[in-house]
Design a protein. Structure first.
Lengths: 347, 347, 347
């Protein structure tokens, strides 16, 4: 799509400085803007880029003062950052979502399909599957038997959802996600081999959940592994069987949660965190990246470290870990000095 | 399927207390049991849930004493946990496995297919592939040329197996698994670029191996990367080229093993473990979560920590890591005190 | 394919000792060589295997001295390792790449396809996709709308590439890779829920990039997440939105890079490394396995540890971490001794 400066200025209630008819077809960052794109300038650290940007159109704050002429057209607005964000959202909403059923796809005759949905080619829709209205199932997605999908759900290409899983409204599931694979449960036999424990539960995503690419969430042994309303789970995360992740909890990439652990609401997890099994993390807990959590954590704690400890303590411990060679030297020196002193005193 | 209390009691050689004709169609945990489900009570900690569970039918031990009336029907058995496990297995065995070939699928004319197999829609079966009897290949699976699959194997939706890999009998491969991608081998050129080293080997899974969702096991440079009989590998694990994992070794999610490392039999790995390349881990080794193993480990050792150390030492070191601020304060105070003492003595 | 000893000796300008007409069809390691295969002996540590190898043909150095008779045929060459590597490359080049379009596949009518390409069954080629000459798109690959693929690219089975991503010449993308999923960006609302920030950018792989199995690289919020020319990214790696990875940088499995971080050229990352967001790693930086990088790193530094520190310091700190129990004992003993000494002196 093409927009000219006047249309954008009118939409944003801004004023134009420069060429009114210049058109843009895309958005860019001011530091690497190309002709035909729109950028914004909000952070004064980036002012220097305005004078050399290739972007055709730049949003700036009303009170921004030019130091010298620029080659791009400016649109002055109250708040350049917010104006840009509103354009970003507008831009994305302008993309008409796909609808209809592409061929070939496999849709079991017992499946119930909502209105205005999209099913991409090579998608597999098993027996008794229900798909809500306005949902989009991209190509090569697998929905096992009895899977329930809510309204306005997007499941990107190649995600795999095992039998009996349930997905709430407005969820987004990225490519390569696997929901509902068998929990990792084996009982040791006397001869050292293992017997598989049947995993007959499922995975439930409540409404407004987003799951990042190639993340895996295992089915419960029985009952459900549950991701509660509004939780956001990044890429390459592992949630084991019988876990729960609370409402509006946000978890960065590569975090792993072992079996039967319950995580509270409104928590924030950095990347690469490991969480032991069968523990309970309270509400509002914040966890630094690469933390190893080995026991229960109470509400509203901020923790970090391997093993986890209070954040302030972890910051100190990490600084001192780097200083261990000096601390060790000090201890060795102290031992020597004290020994010498004692010997001197004996004389 | 529907079962009534009498049928279940008869199968378990149990006795009914309550409504003999009540029916159940599913299984649940006692703490969140719903009508129409069967639960069990074994751990006394959960006794309180018996009086408020919604489950219709609950298995209890013969010697369990009721404190007050319950609304559910009870079946008394010798051991409620074992009885429940046997029902769980029965329940899962009652699910009739899919058979037949769904359309469209791609099956090279040179492929050899066993009896009673299932091939899902959009599965790709390359040239000279052999699939044993009773094996199930779910939709969107890719089997490259010359892949060999044993009997009673399950390969879930979308798993990808490169050319020449071999899968033994009774293996289970979960969705999104990638077996046989090129090992990560590059020779540096003088100009800083890299030349790819051909990786012409394969991956071999021996019998009774289970591989978790989205795990990757790379092909050997030549010869085979081997997962030996009965090993169980969880989700999102990386096994690099030329590795071997021993019989009945169990590895939890997100563990990574670098190239050419050999891991022994009957080992247990916690999650998020890193193992260096070209080392040897003995038999019966136990490894705590988030451990970093940088050198050989002898048989039957239990290790933990980053870097790995004996388990007991690691427990102590972790406690002291949290105490580093106090240890440092002590050292600083000792230095000061000793200096003061020396100065005093000089006078 | 079958080769006899004479053909191979001629190709390598080597001399045969033994049966000239013996044929081989595959390559093996000398320690597990089977009849009908060719192996090599270069490292003297492996000399012992020569006398018991099952391989039919073994390359040895011209100056190698036999201690006793062998059952295999030898070919003597100037440098057995290099000769073997050249055969390995020859072997791989001898495999004729697939070409043509398998059915069923989904190719939008607006897609532009180069010459001599392969498109596997169940591959999905979206609107306006361009695919260069001699590129191979394996079965079940997804290419979203407007994706551009260069010449001589290989995309293995089931890789998923979202709309608008661009792949340079000679790239190799392994099975299960996801390129261009939404960056993990959410703005907190006052009620604790999150608003999704539109991610309208893409992923760009420059020429000669290789991406390992099940790795995920997210689309930029706007502009591009860029993997520069010649970079090699292993399996199960996460590169977040707005990142850049420099030319010829090599990254081992399970490393994660948080958003907006820039990594320089010719870096080497060990496995399981975590890199914080919004930081800058210089050129020529080397990073040990399981390192946590929390701030900028200057050119040509070698770092390791959690948190990252100079390599030599990290080696010492790790040794001392294992010794923390003894260091702590020393500090406790010193405190006691000093206290006793002071008390003695008071008297």
């Amino acid at each position: 799509m093409k927009f000219n400066a006047s249309m954008i200025a009118e939409y944003l209630h801004g004023t134009i400085e420069g060429e009114k008819n210049i058109t843009v077809t895309n958005i860019s960052r001011i530091e690497d803007g190309k002709p035909g794109t729109l950028a914004f300038l909000s952070n004064p650290k980036y002012n220097k880029y305005l004078y050399k940007t290739g972007a055709s159109l730049v949003l700036v704050n009303n009170d921004f003062e030019l130091e010298r002429p620029v080659s791009c057209t400016l649109i002055r607005v109250e708040n350049a950052y917010e104006a840009f964000a509103s354009l970003l959202t507008l831009y994305q909403q302008s993309i008409v979502p796909k609808t209809g059923i592409e061929n070939p796809s496999f849709i079991d005759s017992s499946a119930k399909l909502g209105t205005d949905i999209y099913i991409g080619a090579f998608a597999y829709i098993g027996a008794n599957v229900c798909i809500g209205d306005h949902s989009r199932i991209y190509p090569q997605v697998f929905l096992g038997d009895n899977v329930k999908i809510g309204n306005n759900v997007i499941i990107y290409a190649g995600a795999k959802i095992y039998d009996n899983c349930e997905i709430g409204d407005n969820c987004i599931i990225h490519a390569g996600v696997v929901l509902g694979a068998d929990g990792f449960g084996f009982a040791p036999r006397e001869d050292g081999t293992y017997e598989k424990i049947p995993q007959i539960g499922n995975v439930v995503l409540e409404d407004d959940v987003e799951i990042g690419a190639n993340t895996t969430i295992d089915a419960s042994t029985m009952g459900s592994t549950i991701i509660h309303k509004g939780a956001k789970i990044d890429n390459l995360i592992q949630i084991a069987h019988n876990c729960e992740v609370g409402e509006n909890t946000v978890m960065a990439a590569m975090t792993g949660v072992a079996g039967s652990t319950k995580i509270g609401n409104n928590c924030m997890f950095g990347g690469h965190v490991g969480v032991a099994g069968h523990i309970k993390i309270g509400n509002g807990v914040k966890v630094g990246a690469m933390t190893g959590i080995d026991k229960n954590v109470k509400d509203n704690n901020t923790i970090m470290g391997l093993p986890a400890m209070p954040y302030d303590r972890a910051l100190k411990a990490m600084v001192l870990y780097r200083k261990l060679p000096e601390i060790h030297d000090d201890v060795v020196a102290l031992k020597k000095e004290l020994k010498e002193l004692k010997e001197q005193l004996k004389k």
